[in-house]
Write a protein that binds this ligand. Structure first.
Ligand code: PHE
Length: 467
């Protein structure tokens, strides 16, 4: 192992950044941001978004990195090191990645399926989409329990393989190649998308400012929606950034990294908008969000592109696959780190590989159940008024545990343990904006997180909208 017993360490600054940006850049950037941007005020939304990235995103990423590196632990032991009474918060932080993996791996499996299907069309093989109606094709796939389960397991297996390689020779090595590849593929897709006739409508949808959305109490909803997107996109409020921070060398500047990660995540989200919406509008389709956008609308775009369509489609779904898998490896590593810590503390021998395999198997069981549910298409019993098992797990993690964890992180380091993280942050240079940093931790981040919590509960239909 790279340093200490069972504990990894990043090999280089670049490698860490690729892994950390990879953990942030995920399906949220591709299928969430572009639609939210266009629907919630375009440029007007973007201003709010960027403001929140700075006041909440950078502040939280910095705090989570500092918490991880100061304690050198995964999320559970990190919180217990701060104070034993914060242990439940640690558990929140590890339950969330578990639950998210249940459905994130299924969605990753969808990407693998679409890579395969588009490649099938490239080779005129029988397993291609072959001109089928995109909506019907998607429906046929996600209701097919055997197929979705198999693809989910393939994606879970790939995730596990990378994590099995370890922190620097698995996660870092993979991310160093995958993330630049994602970037260049995104550029290629943008070039094609914005040069399609009629593409300008998509650009207008994304960026033309609509200040109307702020009218009356509208601004509260915009703030909740932008806050929710910042928070999900940066994978805050769970152990990921803490865990990745715990593998950082003491000589690395936390402040630098805490700026670069949110900056890159935002740039890629905007690029995703430019890659997707112009093509959607040029093809005369309606903008959308979620799986429908990626697997139905965009598949329709590729199908209408003629002979280059399938190759383009395969490349695009490969891009989405990279975005998804660099997030899922971070989720799995967060779980693995917690168990490694537990063993270390108990003085037991650490077998990282066995821990990784066992965790992956447990997650695989959950993921297969979510796949069998087929997005609620098989009449499985549903709870909390949700229509799919995906939504139920998402409600618990993203709807409740994550915003509550992020809120409490602000409250704890803002009010109860002010300055606890400062020494760690200042190891490599003064925190010149300390007053602002503390103000954000104390007031801005908790307020925004409370608003995000409210917005999530409204979206999941748990409470009625107040505004
Ligand atoms: N940040 C990822 C995205 O934008 C999603 C994610 C959230 C991944 C939480 C892991 C944990 O899609």
């Amino acid at each position: 192992m790279e340093h200490g017993k069972g504990k990894g360490q990043w090999g280089s600054q670049f490698g860490f950044l690729m892994a950390a940006i990879g953990s942030a850049v995920g399906l949220g950037n591709l299928w969430g941001f572009p639609y939210k941007l266009g629907k919630n005020g375009g440029f007007a939304f973007l201003i709010i978004y960027v403001l929140l990235v700075i006041l909440v995103g950078v502040v939280m990423v910095l705090s989570e990195l500092a918490l991880g590196r100061k304690t050198g632990k995964g999320i559970v032991s990190a919180w217990t090191t701060v104070d034993k009474k914060y242990k439940p918060l640690g558990w929140f932080g590890v339950i969330s990645p578990f639950l998210i993996l249940f459905f994130y791996t299924m969605l990753g499996g969808y990407c693998v399926k679409y890579i395969v299907a588009n490649l099938g069309d490239v080779f005129n093989a029988s397993w291609g989409v072959a001109g089928a109606d995109s909506g019907a094709y998607f429906q046929g796939f996600f209701t097919d329990q055997l197929q979705t389960s198999v693809y989910t397991l393939v994606f879970m297996g790939l995730t596990a393989l990378i994590v099995l390689g370890g922190v620097s020779s698995g996660i870092e090595k993979f991310s160093k190649v995958a993330m630049p590849l994602l970037f260049f593929m995104l550029v290629a897709v943008i070039v094609r998308s914005v040069t399609m006739p009629g593409a300008s409508e998509g650009i207008k949808f994304l960026f033309s400012p609509n200040w109307e959305v702020f009218k009356g109490t509208g601004w509260i909803n915009v703030l909740a929606s932008a806050g929710g997107q910042v928070f999900f996109s940066l994978s805050l409020g769970m152990g990921i950034t803490v865990t990745y921070g715990s593998y950082l060398k003491k000589t690395e500047s936390l402040q630098f990294n805490a700026f670069v990660i949110p900056f890159a995540d935002t740039v890629i989200a905007i690029m995703a908008g430019l890659a997707i919406m112009p093509a959607v509008f040029a093809s005369g389709l309606d903008p959308a969000a979620g799986p429908g956008l990626i697997f139905v609308t965009l598949q329709t775009v590729f199908a209408s592109m003629g002979s280059v369509g399938p190759a383009f489609g395969a490349a695009f779904y490969f891009l989405v696959f990279i975005a998804a898998i660099t997030s899922s490896i971070a989720l799995l590593e967060t779980v693995v780190a917690v168990i490694v810590d537990k063993k270390t503390e108990a003085g037991k021998p650490i077998n990282r590989k066995a821990i990784t395999v066992t965790s992956s198997l447990v997650i695989a069981v959950g993921a297969v159940f979510v796949s069998l549910d087929g997005l609620g298409s098989h009449g499985f019993p549903q709870i909390f008024g949700q229509g799919t098992w995906l939504d139920t797990f998402d409600l618990v993690a993203e709807g409740v545990l994550m915003p509550v964890s992020a809120l409490l992180l602000g409250v704890i380091f803002g009010w109860f343990k002010p300055g606890y993280l400062d020494t760690e942050i200042e190891l490599t240079g003064a925190l010149k904006w300390k007053a602002l940093y503390h103000l954000c931790l104390k007031v801005v981040a908790p307020l925004i997180m409370a608003l995000v919590l409210y917005g999530q509960l409204v979206n999941f239909g748990i409470i009625p909208a107040l505004f």
